[in-house]
Write a protein that binds this ligand. Structure first.
Ligand code: SF4
Length: 950
């Protein structure tokens, strides 16, 4: 062969299209290489603000997601008993008219009879609006069982939150303290950020019971006992208070620590802020000693103050209340050491390191800025300590308060949105709490009417709860009731149990999207399956109708009466909107789209298109023209461009206005999507340097945020380490106000609604003595929720999962590597194979999340490793805690937000008998294949036809 004939670099594609990855929640920009119209290869988009070209293994494996043998191919109607997996393929017209028939009857009768819940989709701005227009308050996405503690804890404290809504100042921070971070949110930015941080020699401390992922590359790993992070943080606070290492200037200028709190036990205003006649909070002026407006431009609050108000009431500063609490020996490192498993000397050292870096290594940017009072500052001074936290904090019954404790520590060190500290991402910060109330009170839900506001919001006090005159819940999941007052993301994990029990009322239709509630998203899986299939005395199903949309043959699809097959992320339009979960970074707001890069070869439709179609068939306001025609005949693509949430505010912020010359607000631009595509499917606005820090008080930023519609007015935001909103609930529990909790819940509200962070043990309903081990899960880097198990490449990494046990602990119990054990909780037992591990807290066992699959589901062979050796801990977790005095049963959840307490699980482990080795238990009946889903090939190959052979 002549050298000329050798093509050393054959083109891998004949076309390249940009879009946004959806193999996890990070939302990286990708370039999809196509050959002959088929996906050939995926690479990272170097111009994209999220990943700057970086692509993880999951992202590359998107091609196998798209080619999955588990893809559904037709709309389906159940023809056998529910859960039998017996379906017939039907046309879209049949499917949509059936769904519209069920939903239309509900809307004419009582919109509350529809429960519409979605999983980890990225179109909540659409789905929430759809529920509002339908008229049902029974709507939420999956945040209630994932992250609401993190979101609500932040939004009620600093007007923003961790997760992907804020980030460390990767360029300047010198010390990062990270708590329990999952690796599927903000994944590539965190990895890239850690790289920058380590290159600069900054210290990275990871607090996590398990040393994997980010913890494995930390400079120091603190293998804390699960659920005790709040104690650890309060001990750090104790130490920095004891050392006097707090940023008094920051606290006085930007927080409510100097505001005076009324202290009149038993009074209706006990614990509320003392206010003047105009309602302004009062402080003791540190210059004059007189009472003055604490929120005024001239305010100079004394942090440590005690006064007698003109009417004789006693009032003390919130700072004093805070300091008295955490200086108490109960919060000393010695007191925290035993429960947390972190030695007192370590806690003391970490506190000293935080203080040293914050105060002795402060950074100053030579960047003038103007604060909200009009005062010009020559520089920006920062405390280069950053913190970050995610699901490890969130998924405990004490997670809300733990999150607030971390934010309190940040505020004491003066490290919120300062150079080197935690930084907000647009559209945050927002007023605290955000001024959006949940809708769904008695007068707000009516037949054939939309609700006057969104289903989800942020109660400011008891009067915002969705309860009836007797204090009973008005939502199916009991979000925003006295059982979960600040359930800002709903409580999806309670929906099936409550619908089955008819508590607080029966529903007609459960409509779900991408929520695998018949398997890895459910607590108490066997019980949940029984609820889905249970019947009334007349033989009809207790939950009359179930509609489910998913792209794949998941376990939940088998329990639907009507299956609406979705596309994959490479086959549809999507928007990653500032109205939902944008892709902003700390230096600028950003959003993105997905465009279809390939045409589906199956009879499937994007769920968002289907939802708008149903909305038009039902005649929902906003989705129908006055003449009764669909308002968005082009489907979701049409909606993304033309829907306006408010004047000039739409799904996408870029290239607005008739000619695309505006951003943020502006009339719809018919060429908007073309502009996004020409720009790699993303838009970003770079903030001016003077707008990038102190955004709660930065005039230039606040004006920008108001112009963009992020906040209502360009008004400063006071950070709230002391939560007056929390105290209002507490006062209701003490018998004050017009909306009060039922007597059975008063002690719980009194305790949980402390205006300052507290710590209490979440036990998951188990006696620690009988069940001495904590059991937690984490998401593997190679998988996202349950989706990975149909992916031919990713399955090779995590085809089954092990139970990881601390080596010394296991050896003391006579357990060896590869042994099979029974994991037992008060709810049941699961059999799993063991892997010993040094980097695990000695009191903790753990496993990867959502690897175990039901035989036959996801088009897996009945003997697939996911089904025979993969297991879930879900079977061991109950959605309700054991009955208490009077038969009362609380949800297995945080009492403030209703967040599912997955990580409060307690177990014991014992060796399985020899005869029991080899396979997991419990096992369930294999599910049959869906019509139109061909048996999976034993070998799935991609790209072979275009392979170049010499
Ligand atoms: S981090 Fe997530 S979004 Fe980014 S490439 Fe990987 S899977 Fe895709």
């Amino acid at each position: 062969m002549s050298p000329r004939a050798l093509d050393l670099s054959p083109p891998v594609s004949d076309e390249i299209k940009t879009t946004t990855c959806y193999m996890c929640a990070c939302r990286c920009g990708i370039k999809v290489h196509l050959k002959g119209g088929e996906v050939r290869y995926i690479e990272g988009n170097r111009d994209h603000p999220v990943n700057k070209g970086v692509l993880c293994a999951k992202g590359s494996a998107g091609i196998m997601h798209h080619l999955s043998p588990a893809r559904l191919s037709h709309p389906l109607r159940r023809v056998g008993p529910r859960g039998s997996g017996q379906f017939e393929a039907i046309t879209w017209e049949e499917a949509l008219s059936t769904a519209a028939g069920w939903l239309g009857a509900i809307r004419r009768r009582n919109p509350r009879e529809l429960a519409f819940f979605t999983g980890r989709d990225q179109s909540q701005a659409l789905t929430g609006w759809w529920a509002q227009q339908f008229g049902t308050p029974n709507y939420a996405a999956h945040g209630g069982f994932c992250s609401v503690n993190m979101a609500a804890g932040g939004l009620y404290s600093i007007g923003g939150s961790f997760w992907e809504f804020g980030e460390p100042d990767w360029v300047r921070t010198k010390y990062l303290l990270m708590f329990g971070v999952a690796e599927d949110h903000d994944s590539n930015p965190i990895k890239a950020g850690l790289g920058k941080l380590k290159a600069r020699g900054a210290k990275f401390v990871s607090v996590n019971p398990v040393r994997t992922g980010y913890s494995a590359v930390a400079d120091e790993w603190i293998g804390i006992r699960p659920g005790t992070d709040g104690l650890f943080v309060m001990a750090l606070i104790h130490e920095i208070l004891r050392a006097g290492k707090v940023d008094a200037e920051f606290l006085a200028a930007h927080t409510n620590m100097g505001w005076l709190v009324v202290e009149v036990p038993g009074a209706a205003d006990d614990g509320l802020f003392a206010r003047d006649g105009a309602g302004a909070p009062l402080c003791k002026d540190r210059r004059t000693g007189a009472l003055s407006n604490a929120a005024g431009p001239e305010a100079a609050p004394a942090l440590d103050a005690e006064v007698t108000l003109p009417d004789g009431r006693r009032a003390v500063s919130a700072f004093r209340l805070m300091a008295l609490r955490y200086l108490d020996p109960a919060h000393a490192p010695e007191a925290a050491a035993e429960k947390t498993g972190v030695p007192a000397a370590t806690i003391r050292r970490i506190a000293a390191e935080l203080a040293r870096v914050a105060f002795d290594e402060a950074v100053t940017l030579d960047q003038p800025w103007t604060d909200w009072t009009g005062k010009r500052h020559a520089t920006m001074r920062g405390r280069p300590v950053a913190m970050h936290a995610m699901r490890g904090i969130s998924a405990h019954a004490n997670g809300f308060h733990t999150c607030r404790a971390i934010h309190l520590l940040q505020m004491l060190l003066g490290t919120i949105d300062v150079p080197g500290g935690f930084r907000y991402k647009a559209p945050f910060p927002r007023p605290i709490p955000p001024p959006v109330r949940p809708t769904g009170k008695a007068g707000q839900v009516a037949a054939e009417k939309p609700m006057p506001g969104p289903p989800l919001g942020f109660p400011q006090g008891p009067e915002d709860l969705l309860v009836d005159a007797n204090g009973a819940a008005l939502r199916l999941d009991k979000a925003f009731s006295w059982e979960a007052p600040l359930a800002a993301h709903g409580a999806m994990h309670m929906v099936i149990a409550n619908a089955h029990a008819g508590d607080p009322y029966p529903i007609d239709t459960l409509f779900m999207y991408m929520a695998n509630m018949a398997w890895n998203s459910a607590m108490n899986v066997p019980g949940t399956l029984a609820m889905l299939t249970d019947t009334k005395p007349d033989g009809s199903y207790t939950i009359p109708h179930i509609i489910y949309s998913d792209a794949f043959a998941s376990e939940m699809a088998s329990y639907a009466d009507l299956v609406l097959p979705d596309t994959t992320y490479l086959e549809r339009w999507d928007c990653i909107s500032l109205l939902d979960r944008p892709i902003s970074d700390a230096d600028g707001p950003a959003d993105a789209i997905r465009q279809p890069v390939v045409v589906p070869t199956r009879d499937v439709r994007a769920f968002q298109d289907v939802l708008l179609d149903l909305g038009a068939r039902l005649g929902l306001p906003g989705m129908t023209t006055p003449e009764g025609a669909p308002a968005f005949p082009g489907g979701y693509k049409d909606y993304i461009v033309n829907h306006q949430r408010g004047p000039g505010v739409g799904s996408l912020a870029g290239w607005r206005g008739a000619d695309g010359s505006k951003f943020g607000k502006g009339e719809p631009n018919p060429d908007q999507l073309a502009r996004y595509i020409a720009h790699g499917c993303h838009w970003r606005h770079e903030l001016k340097p003077e707008q990038r820090f102190f955004r709660y008080a930065n005039q230039a930023y606040l004006e920008f945020a108001a112009a963009m519609g992020f906040i209502g007015k360009a008004e400063r935001i006071v950070l709230q380490p002391y939560s007056e909103a929390m105290q209002k609930f507490r006062l209701a529990a003490r018998g004050h106000g017009s909306v009060q909790p039922p007597s059975s819940l008063r002690p719980r509200i009194e305790t949980a609604f402390d205006p300052l962070p507290i710590w209490y043990e979440g036990d998951g309903g188990a006696e620690a003595g009988d069940y001495p081990l904590h059991a937690v899960t984490q998401r593997p880097m190679a998988m996202y929720h349950s989706w990975g198990s149909q992916n031919a490449w990713l399955r090779q990494i995590h085809g089954s999962n092990r139970l990881y046990i601390n080596r010394a602990r296991a050896e003391a119990a006579g357990i060896e590597d590869d042994d099979w054990v029974w994991i037992e909780s008060p709810r049941g037992r699961v059999k799993a194979q063991v892997r010993l591990m040094d980097g695990t807290n000695p009191n903790t066992v753990w496993t990867w999340n959502a690897i175990g699959k039901r035989a036959g589901a996801w088009n897996l062979a009945p003997d697939a490793p996911e089904a025979t050796r993969g297991f879930l801990l879900n079977h061991l977790i109950a959605e309700l805690l054991p009955p208490r005095e009077g038969g009362l049963r609380y949800a297995n959840a945080d009492p403030v937000t209703g967040q599912a307490a997955w990580y409060d699980l307690r177990v014991r482990v014992r060796l399985a008998e020899d005869a029991e080795q080899g396979e997991t238990e419990p096992r369930f009946e294999p599910l049959p294949a869906f019509p139109g889903v061909a048996p999976a090939p034993t070998l799935l190959r991609v790209g072979a036809p275009s392979k170049v052979r010499p």
